[in-house]
Structures are given as structure tokens and as C-alpha cells.
Design a protein around this ligand. Structure first.
Ligand code: EPU
Length: 421
């Protein structure tokens, strides 16, 4: 397992090109199952999660023709199997997103239940209930979801709380269902809008994606597609914090400022100077005193749970007392004890962490526990006096493309040591 060694205290300066969005790419690659022909996707980040989903797709018979320069070409014309095995699904929960497309196109699917996750229980009951309402027979047997349908039928689906993956699975399933599906209480994340754009380009008939009611009129078949996915809003937010926490100045390119308004607002409240140029370029100047902040994670367009750990790292070195409340996942504070080992003054009170600002982090040996927790430890290390060793960096490689290379190019002192425990 690789680890990072970071010598802190270097202000980051220069330009960063933001990669494509992992959480848009994953459902979009699964949507290739619905197509009759080759699909070409641009701006796909080189990540472990993307390799995992192409492995899942390969077991079904979706052939990866090429993956070069962030363009991935998939050929779904040879699909011959309908099972997503435990060995793959356990390493990435998003594999469950093959369920809706397989059922819609082939009327059968056997997908391992994802099981627990370090950040929460994360059940898929809402996905399964909605598919059952569309006419699927669903059984759970020996750890697998076994689903079949003689053609799905459009239905009115009401989600009590918005679910990103549930909305994506049902939206994909409904594209080939008989009649109209209406999803109420849908998640509104930009990744859902991006999935709807690609599906519509394939010939689907989806209206309202990005709003809380989505209407899908089923069609008979979907074509191949060429599509470039949106930039990663969480990577963008992470680099904004990186500039602020090192008192640096960065220009972020190939991004979408309109998709991170809640993040920009909170960072500006903290005293970070941020200027948006033409929506796709953001300038950030962290050379200002930081103030405490109150943050509550909520579904889009509110402040994202995937930025909670990173803004907590920043609040740790802001003047005053901040509070950070997590409302989406029940166990997403695994970075708290690690940040405390680096000198942070944190107190967990149920779903809220009280953060009393300290002047600076101190380098220490710490352990990454999940993707966004890893990012917060790297941010803390960039600020810290002395050097920090961050172990279990494989979590980071799941979701940030070449983060160590990108950080080095803007002046960070980061070394990746390969193969250490
Ligand atoms: N939930 C249920 N039942 C369901 C589905 C969800 O109870 O059937 C609960 C979950 O346990 C959670 C809440 O509803 O408490 C929201 O879960 P959601 O379904 O929206 O999340 P997801 O689709 O599993 C995606 C992202 C996550 C991100 C969340 C929330 C992908 C591949 N994953 O997960 O990304 O945190 O939405 O925005 O899109 C990450 O990138 O680090 C990450 C964890």
C-alpha cells in the first residue's frame, strides 16, 4: 500500500486543470448497457473506481475498446451475462448502478448486495422498492439481489429522501420501460443532470433532471453516443481549500463554478477570496485571515457531504469556533481523530463537530480511512509544521486523479512512497 509523505507550509501557486467527475462517470458508464452500439466518453478520469466499473461491465460483456487520453470507448453489443459478482461490488458500491440498466434492457440481473461501508450503512432499499413498483420481481438470496421483469412498466416513484444512486438507477431503468415514469423527491445533483443529458443524446426522453420531479417517457431502444462528462466539483472544492489552507493563489481551469455555489459561499464567508471567470475558471487567493464557519451537509444544491471533511480541515486553522454538522451519512467523521493527532481541537457532539481554531496543524503519522477523509488529511498536512505521513492512500486513488502529481506542479512537497503498509 502506498503512503504520502508531505512537508507542510508551502503556499500553493499556479494553475490546476480539474479532471472529469468520478460520480458522473460511474453512472454514465453503466448507462452504456442500455445502448445498442459503441459509446465514446471523453473527460473520464483515470481512477481506480473507473477501472472497477469497467471490470464489472467486462464481466457482463461490455468490451473496453480503448481508454486513452481520458477518452473511454465501450462496446455493449456483446452483452452475454447479467451478474455483478461480490468480489467487484464489495470494492465499489456504485456497481449497483448496473441493476436498473440490465433489468430494463434484458429483463434480468443478479447483483451482489454492496454491504456496509466505512461512512455508513448505505442501504439500497429505495432502489429496490422503486424497481418493484415498475413491475420487477425482486428477491434477496445468498447476498445477491436477483431481479427479473417481463418488460418494466412506467410508474410514479416517490423518494421520501433524495437518493443520488436511486434516482440514477430508476432514471436509467425508465428509459426503456413501457409508458411514463415520474420520479418525485428526486436527487438534484449535477451528476444526475449529466446522466440525463447523455441518455437523451442516446434517444431517451427525460425531462426535469436537476429538479425534484423527473419525467421519463420510455422508448424502444437507445443508440450509441459520444459525450464529454462534467468536471469534478469535489476536486474543484478540494483545490479551493488547498489554496486557502496554504495561503496560496491558484487558478482552477476546466471547472464549473455554477455547480459549487454552496462551497464558494462558505469559503467566502470564511474570508477566502474567490473570483469566477466565465464560469469555467476560478481564481482563489488564500492570503487572508480565516474566520470560523457553520456548515450543515445537505443534498444539492446545499453544501455537499463529499466536502465536509475538507472544510473541517480548513475550519481547524480558522479564528474562532466553527460547527460542522453531517446529515447525510451516520459515520462520516472518521477523519476527526486523525485531525486531532495533527493538533486540531475538535469535539464530536452527535452529528456535529465543534471546531476550535488553532494556529496551525502539526505534522504526524496518520491513517486515511475513506476517500474524502484522505483528502482532509492531505490538506491538513499541506498546512502543517514538519512532515506528515499518510498511510492507506489507496482510498484517495479511488477518487482523485493523480493528486500527488497535480499538487507537486503547484509547489507542494509531496512524495508517494510505494508499497509500504
Ligand atoms: N439511502 C437509503 N436507502 C437507499 C439509498 C440511500 O437509506 O436505497 C440513504 C443513504 O444511506 C444515505 C442517503 O440515503 O444516508 C443518501 O444516499 P445516496 O443514495 O444519495 O448516496 P449514493 O448514491 O450511495 C452518492 C455518491 C457519494 C455521495 C452521495 C451523497 C456516487 C457514486 N456516490 O452516493 O459519493 O456522498 O451520493 O451525495 O455518486 C464520494 O464520492 O466520496 C461519495 C461517497
Amino acid at each position: 500500500m502506498d503512503k504520502f509523505i508531505i512537508e507542510g507550509g508551502k503556499p500553493l501557486r499556479g494553475e490546476v486543470t480539474i479532471s472529469g467527475a468520478k460520480n458522473a462517470a460511474l453512472p454514465i458508464l453503466c448507462s452504456s448497457i442500455l445502448a445498442q452500439e459503441r459509446c465514446t466518453y471523453a473527460n473520464i478520469p483515470k481512477l481506480r473506481d473507473i477501472s472497477t466499473i469497467t471490470d464489472v461491465l467486462a464481466t457482463l460483456g461490455v468490451h473496453t475498446e480503448s481508454w486513452q487520453n481520458n477518452t473511454l470507448v465501450l462496446d455493449p453489443s456483446g452483452i452475454h451475462a447479467f451478474d455483478a459478482p461480490y468480489e467487484l461490488v464489495k470494492s465499489m458500491r456504485a456497481s449497483i448502478l448496473v441493476l436498473g440498466p440490465l433489468l430494463a434492457r434484458f429483463g434480468k440481473a443478479k447483483v451482489s448486495l454492496p454491504g456496509g461501508c466505512s461512512i455508513g450503512v448505505r442501504p439500497i432499499d429505495m432502489h429496490l422498492k422503486a424497481l418493484a413498483k415498475m413491475g420487477a420481481d425482486i428477491a434477496i438470496s445468498h447476498g445477491y439481489v436477483i431481479a427479473s421483469a417481463q418488460g418494466l412498466t412506467g410508474a410514479r416513484i416517490v423518494f421520501d429522501t433524495p437518493t443520488v444512486g436511486g434516482t440514477e438507477n430508476i432514471m436509467m431503468a425508465a428509459t426503456l420501460a413501457r409508458g411514463k415514469t415520474v420520479i418525485e423527491g428526486a436527487a438534484r445533483e449535477p451528476e444526475i443532470f449529466d446522466l440525463a443529458c447523455v441518455l437523451n443524446k442516446m434517444g431517451a426522453c427525460i425531462q426535469g433532471a436537476g429538479e425534484s420531479t423527473i419525467t421519463i417517457d420510455g422508448v424502444d431502444s437507445l443508440n450509441g453516443v459520444e459525450y464529454s462528462i462534467i468536471p469534478d466539483r469535489i476536486e474543484t472544492g478540494t483545490f479551493l481549500v488547498a489554496a486557502a489552507i496554504t495561503k496560496g493563489t491558484l487558478t482552477l481551469k476546466n471547472t464549473r463554478a455554477d455547480q459549487i455555489s454552496a462551497i464558494i459561499d462558505k469559503l467566502q464567508d470564511m474570508g477566502v477570496e474567490i473570483r469566477v471567470e466565465n464560469n469555467n475558471e476560478i481564481f482563489v487567493n488564500g492570503n487572508h485571515d480565516l474566520k470560523a464557519v457553520q456548515v450543515e451537509t445537505v443534498p444539492y444544491p446545499g453544501f455537499p457531504t463529499d466536502m465536509q471533511a475538507q472544510i473541517m480541515a480548513l475550519a481547524c486553522v480558522a479564528e474562532g469556533v466553527s460547527s460542522i454538522t453531517e446529515t447525510i451519512f451516520e459515520n462520516r467523521f472518521m477523519h476527526v481523530p486523525e485531525l486531532m493527532r495533527m493538533g486540531a481541537d475538535l469535539e464530536e457532539r452527535g452529528p456535529t463537530v465543534i471546531v476550535r481554531g488553532v494556529r496551525r496543524f502539526q505534522g504526524a503519522s496518520v491513517m486515511a480511512t475513506d476517500l474524502r477523509a484522505s483528502a482532509s488529511l492531505i490538506l491538513a498536512a499541506l498546512n502543517a509544521s514538519g512532515h506528515t505521513e499518510i498511510r492507506r492512500i489507496y482510498h484517495l486513488d479511488r477518487g482523485y486523479e493523480a493528486l500527488d502529481q497535480k499538487l507537486k506542479r503547484i509547489g507542494a512537497d509531496v512524495v508517494r512512497e510505494r508499497g509500504t503498509l
